[in-house]
Structures are given as structure tokens and as C-alpha cells.
Design a protein around this ligand. Sequence first.
Ligand code: PMP
Length: 388
Amino acid sequence: MSEELTSPLSKRARQTPPSGIRRFFELAEEMDDLVSLGVGEPDFSAPWAARTAAIDSLEKGRTSYTANRGRRDLRERIAEHVSRYDLHYDPDEEVLVTTGASEGVDLAMRALVDPGDVVAVPEPSYISYGPTVTFAGGEPLSVRTRAETDFVLTYDDLERAGAAEASVLVLCYPNNPTGAVMSRDELAEVAEFAREHDIFVLSDEIYAALRYEDDHVSIATLPGMRERTVVFNGFSKAYAMTGLRLGYALGPPEVIDGMNRIHQYTMLSSPTTAQYAAIEALESCDDAVAEMRTEFDRRRQFVISRFNELGMDCFEAKGAFYVFPQCPPGWENDEEFAEALIREERVALVPGRVFGAGGEGHLRVSYASGMRDLRTALDRIESFVESR
Ligand code: PMP
């Protein structure tokens, strides 16, 4: 009798590749004096008022589950908050509090996708969408966006990729990893495509508050789109609350109910302490968000101009906290460039190809690090580029 242990892992677990970002950062792990512009996480702490609300809730012993959909007073404040984007949702039936926007996206995939369904994922893209499509049994379809159009998704991009056969389309603007934003007119093209081909849209708007030159527009506000869109947002980015793990989904009652049916078995309810912090964040932290945004904007302008001076072509990203410059002349392979830069200059950037089609030859640079780190990193990149 064989006593060899066969792998207990499911095919799904075995076939899930490690995150390209993590794999890359293993290189950097034991390096002293490394400057990392790699992670997509604000260097600020959550506003003090939000932290105080969390502490206060703990002092009062509020450590039980909440309603599956989240505390009603939080859902009410969320509904009130998103009205600034002209989004109007009923707190009882159309709002679901989730454990980060991440859980919201995963729930929506599982609530909307049947095995074999095609989900169109514009790339370069945040790395979680493809795997969540696969976990739901769907087939991700890569829709390549282009540097020539500043990575805005166009009707032509969708047509060229054969997205007409998709039942769901993911949209993420302001975008991770490019920092691109979409105007109302640009979104109108995508909305037209979605209506024509009866496609449901999952719109990840977690960076909505981090738009530097104009106001955020949600695709759900375009004609005929509210009923075919779920909007995701959360507290991680705008309120610097990544570790509190709280987000929300907004959508038609039937879809929110379908998502909640999965959520109630897998999550029960999202973290209670974080819900108290989130209520306070929505009530009193607009000024703190505005201050962080101003600081991000200062850094954004600094990194864009430095990269362009170095001949690393960098389009003017207007949202989130990323820029997506090209490798300097003489370097075509972003992975080789990023590896050499870590080894020789101790600066970590993420190779663009990690984010899928269209990312090759680019680097994702997060400016969610302090100005000192950004200056050091750019000085090191400059001496690296000039020494070649
Ligand atoms: N969507 C995008 C586009 C992101 O960049 C991130 C975080 N990197 C998330 C979702 C995850 O957000 P949360 O912390 O709310 O799960």
C-alpha cells in the first residue's frame, strides 16, 4: 500500500498563480535601504476621528456581529455620501456593506457568473479580477486598452477584443495600475456597448475620491445603466483604512440580494469595529480626505515631471495614486528593467506586464509614499538611467 500523500489541494487552488506583485517583492525582502514605490497603500493612517470611533466602540463592548448587510446607520450614511456622485440608492435594498471592495467584487462575480460565462476584463488591470472570474467558474476575456489613448477603455477596444459575447464587464476608473480616469463622454461609449450587447457592468470605483482635475463620474449615472451596474467603493484608499477591511456595493435590489445570500454564509457580517470607524469617517472626515488628496496631487505632479525629464514617457494620470511610465529608451523589457533597478539601486517598482495585456514596457509607480522616499527613488532612478 502506498503511503505517499497526494496533494489535498483542489485544481482551483493549484491552478491559481501566485500574485505577480508578491513574487516580485520577494526579491526585495531582505534588502536594506530599499525604497519601495510598489504597494498600493496610503502612507497615512486613518483619520483620528475614525480611529477614535473604533476605540470607543470597543470600550463600549460593541463586539458582536451586525446585520448581514451591515449596520443600518452605516448604510444610510453610505447612501447619503454617494449622492455627491449623483448615485442614489436605497439603504435597505440597494446597499451591501462588504469586507473591503475585494469581497464585493468576489460576491458579484459569484452572484452573476455561471460556469462558462465570459467576463470582459480591460487590461492593464488590478490583479484580482481575473482570479475572481475563474473562482466563479467564468472565463476572463482580456480587453486590451492602449497607451495611445491614455488607457481609457473605448468602444473599439471592446469590439476588437470580441467583448460582445461577454455577459459581464469589469470597469475600474480611476484605474489601478495606470491612474487613468474616464470622462462622461468616454463612459458613454462603454455604456452604449453594454446596452447594445446586454452586458452587466461591475464598476470598481474605490479611487473615486482621488481624482485631481475634475469630479468623478460613475457609469451607473448614465442613461439605462443603473439597472445593469454594481458600483464598488470602500474605505481603504480615500480614508487610509486598508487594514480595517471595509467596503460597500451599490446595485439593483435583486443583485444586492443575490450577493447578500452568498455573503451571509461566507462572511456573516463585515467587521463591526470597522463599521463604527466608517460611520465616523463619512460623518466628519471630508477635510482629512481633502488634505490627503492635496498631498497626493503634489506628489503626482512631481513624479510625472521627473519621469518625463528622464525620457521615461509618462502620461498625465489624473486619478488614484499611480503613474505608469514607460521604460527608458534602450529598455524594452519592464521585468528586466525593474529587476536591474532593484538590484543596482534598491528601488522597487512593479513591472507593467504583471497587470496584463498592454502593460509590457511600462512600470507601475505608486506615489502613496512620502515625498522624501519619492525624491530618493527618483534620484536613484536618474543615476541608473544616466549610467547606461
Ligand atoms: N480595487 C482596486 C482597483 C484596488 O486597487 C484595490 C486595492 N489595491 C482594491 C479594489 C481592494 O480594496 P479593499 O481594500 O477595499 O478590498
